[in-house]
Ligand binder design. Structure first.
Ligand SMILES: [Fe+2]
Ligand SMILES: [Fe+2]
Length: 270
């Protein structure tokens, strides 16, 4: 886990996954240092990860008041139950559908849930967080949000991109990567994560980009991209181009075996 600070208000908890043949995918959670501290998503649930322990180096879990689950995909729910235990004053912000999806594996305690739909706002003491549905998403419970004090937009999976190296996936600023690597990676991610984008009514889809244009955030913080400050124009252009991007077809069994055979054999340590 790597940690970054974005301005005064946001800490990034950066983890990542290697994706064979594709690159390295950041898996970010965040802490919004509001008067009522907000944890945004809860990381991977792999056995060697301990989200609450990592979080403890940023904020005392006992002080956390809100856990904003941008969507209940398993790359973002890893630490959720341990955090509920460690943060007795925290409630989980999600939707009716989000709580329902969670209930298929382990139900959330309903008295710890706060249901919020796109367009609704949450007062966290010193600022208002307004939920919105990002133009690209892979889960029907997805709700990102805009912080009216810092001007930061938390975009959930939208704007994600695999990176060519592990260091870039963990970078403190997406501008460390070449522009074309980011744009091509974002278009690839759009095709992987939101394959429906190739089939939508173009005009209706572009309507969903408009709220981001008027939001004009200072930064986009995606679950799957290094922090992006001042990338507003480039990112909205990318969204507009996503329907035309090449559809993604994953490797089949034969291609996967060829890919694995091309890797260096692992030799036992002597
Ligand atoms: Fe997702
Ligand atoms: Fe994700």
């Amino acid at each position: 886990m790597r940690f970054h600070r974005i301005g005064r208000d946001v800490s990034v908890l950066n983890d990542q996954l290697p994706v064979p043949g594709v690159g390295f995918l950041a898996v970010n959670a965040f802490v919004l240092h509001a008067a009522e501290p907000v944890v945004v998503d809860t990381g991977l649930g792999l056995p060697d990860r301990n989200f609450v322990e990592s979080l403890g180096s940023i904020v005392d879990p006992k002080d956390v008041r809100w856990i904003w689950l941008t969507h209940p995909d398993r790359d973002h729910t890893g630490g959720i139950f341990a955090l509920l235990d460690a943060a007795p004053h925290a409630r989980i912000v999600t939707t009716f559908v989000g709580a329902g999806i969670m209930s298929t594996e382990r139900p959330l305690p309903l008295d710890r849930v706060y249901l919020l739909n796109p367009g609704q706002s949450l007062d966290v003491g010193d600022r208002k967080l307004t939920g919105f549905r990002p133009p690209l998403f892979d889960n029907p419970a997805t709700v990102g949000f805009y912080d009216d004090r810092s001007g930061v937009c938390f975009s959930s999976d939208c704007f994600g991109s695999p990176m060519p190296t592990s260091d870039l996936a963990g970078a403190p600023d997406v501008r460390e990567a070449p522009d074309d690597a980011v744009r091509n990676g974002q278009l690839l991610w759009a095709a992987i994560d939101s394959p429906w984008v190739h089939n939508v009514d173009r005009a209706k889809y572009l309507e969903t980009v408009k709220p981001l244009r008027s939001m004009a955030p200072t930064a986009f913080l995606s679950t799957h991209l290094p922090p992006a400050v001042g990338q507003h124009t480039e990112f909205l252009d990318m969204l507009a181009a996503a329907p035309e991007a090449d559809p993604f077809v994953g490797p089949d069994q034969r291609a996967m075996e060829e890919l694995l055979a091309s890797f260096e054999p692992v030799t036992a340590a002597s």
